[in-house]
Design a protein around this ligand. Structure first.
Ligand SMILES: [Zn+2]
Length: 158
């Protein structure tokens, strides 16, 4: 019974932080892909949030986002932005991501910062390119001993 209650509590908080990541994703100026991330401490307080975008001070014009080769070279992914947004130790923290899974580079940074758990809201059927990325990064998480929880996409109220 205690375990069931703990599980229900964990599910409730996972849902809340996935809602937060889903909300933060909307802050991205990238017209084609918007991803949000939140780094959460074991006491369920938020250490950092991030969304995909260019580094601070780098001109983030619509034209640049439409020029895909330039965009891919300059953009900082949501997960990496969140991981870089705080100088505190992230050992044992949880990373929340929506609505797409981390790529291998973000997975690498997540592992190296000591994140122990990754919770992702994403569709069951991913586009091919993302399915391939996720196959690689999920393998990395498994080998590094990072717990991964995959949930359905969050539906935004209002
Ligand atoms: Zn990434």
């Amino acid at each position: 019974m205690g375990d069931a209650m703990n599980q229900a509590m964990n599910d409730k908080w996972d849902g809340r932080f996935l809602d937060l990541a889903t909300f933060i994703a909307e802050w991205s100026k990238d017209p084609s892909t918007k991803v949000g991330a939140a780094v959460v401490r074991p006491d369920r307080t938020v250490a950092a949030v991030g969304f995909n975008g260019f580094p601070r001070g780098v001109l983030d014009s619509v034209e640049r986002y439409q020029d895909r080769p330039t965009k891919y070279e300059m953009v900082v992914h949501a997960e990496l932005n969140a991981l870089l947004s705080t100088r505190e130790s992230l050992e044992g923290y949880t990373l929340y991501v929506a609505p797409l899974p981390p790529c291998s580079q973000c997975a690498a940074a997540t592992i190296q910062r000591g994140i122990r758990r990754v919770v992702i809201a994403m569709p069951a059927e991913l586009p091919d390119t993302w399915a391939q990325k996720w196959e690689i990064s999920s393998t990395m998480f498994a080998e590094a001993g990072v717990e991964v929880c995959v949930r359905p996409p969050r539906t935004r109220a209002g």
